[in-house]
Design a protein around this ligand. Structure first.
Ligand code: HEC
Length: 224
């Protein structure tokens, strides 16, 4: 036992002595490193909000065009002004309030309840609303459905073949709830209720236009 003499502590109970052995250096350094790492991690993900947490990763996976906006009013230590990620897109995400609501009343990510089948929507006729739907379409939808709705990753929206129905109610619901397992996210939460209706109105205004490079029809034929 001689080699441990220095580390033998001063007390002894019923013949049991306590040793105080130093931790191996490599272990200690790993330990310090993990503390530093945890600190950097916290700053990166939680304080500065740069890194995507699982919720954002999920949205990104569902919609490759997804970008996250730092929550409004974030001030690091009350000093630095609101942090914006390099992908800043003012319409790309929920406001803190919407995020709160989403978590507490089951809107965007936690959509569990759909509208009942009896909820219906009227076809839009107001040209202004349709035009504003067109803007939203270019911004949020054209990367998958094409600038003219001709289709791409997503189906052609200009033909008479539809997967999920070509009436206003069906289209609003397609946009609102999406088909997440098929690559079409739920836009509820990213777009407001009116924007969804407007964009659906715009989508239906495309029906019957014949853009170049149209994607082959998918789904069932609908009335012209
Ligand atoms: C990331 C790609 C992507 C984006 C962005 C996207 N969609 Fe889709 N969309 C799809 C895919 C894929 C489908 C087909 C889903 C299926 O197979 O059931 C689809 C289906 C649809 C349908 C149903 C079509 C049918 O035949 O019934 C509509 C309507 C639609 N999208 C509208 C929109 C609108 C409006 C937007 C913008 C707010 C949008 N999509 C954004 C990929 C996308």
């Amino acid at each position: 036992m001689a080699e441990y003499k220095d580390e033998l502590l001063d007390h002894e109970y019923d013949g049991i002595k306590e040793m105080d052995n130093d931790l191996p250096r490599w272990w200690l350094y790993l330990f310090y490193l993990s503390i530093i790492w945890a600190f950097l991690y916290m700053v990166y993900y939680h304080v500065m909000d740069i890194g995507y947490l699982q919720e954002d990763e999920y949205r990104k996976e569902m919609n490759p065009a997804y970008v996250r906006v730092a929550e409004g009013g974030n001030k690091l230590l009350g000093v630095l002004s609101e942090y914006r990620s390099p992908y800043f897109n003012p319409r790309g995400d929920l406001t803190p309030r919407e995020r709160y609501l989403a978590q507490h009343d089951g809107s965007p990510l936690l959509v569990m309840t759909r509208e009942t089948d009896t909820t219906t929507y009227e076809l839009l006729t107001d040209a202004m609303l349709i035009a504003s739907g067109g803007e939203a379409f270019q911004k949020s939808c054209s990367q998958c459905h094409g600038k003219l709705g001709e289709g791409g990753v997503g189906p052609n929206l200009t033909d008479y073949y539809w997967l999920h129905g070509a009436d206003m109610t069906s289209v609003v619901k397609s946009v609102k709830y999406g088909y997440p397992t098929k690559g079409m996210i739920s836009w509820r939460g990213t777009l407001s209720e009116e924007e969804i209706v407007n964009v659906a109105g715009y989508v239906l205004s495309l029906k019957g236009t014949s853009p170049p490079n149209a994607k082959a029809p998918q789904g069932d034929p609908v009335a012209e």
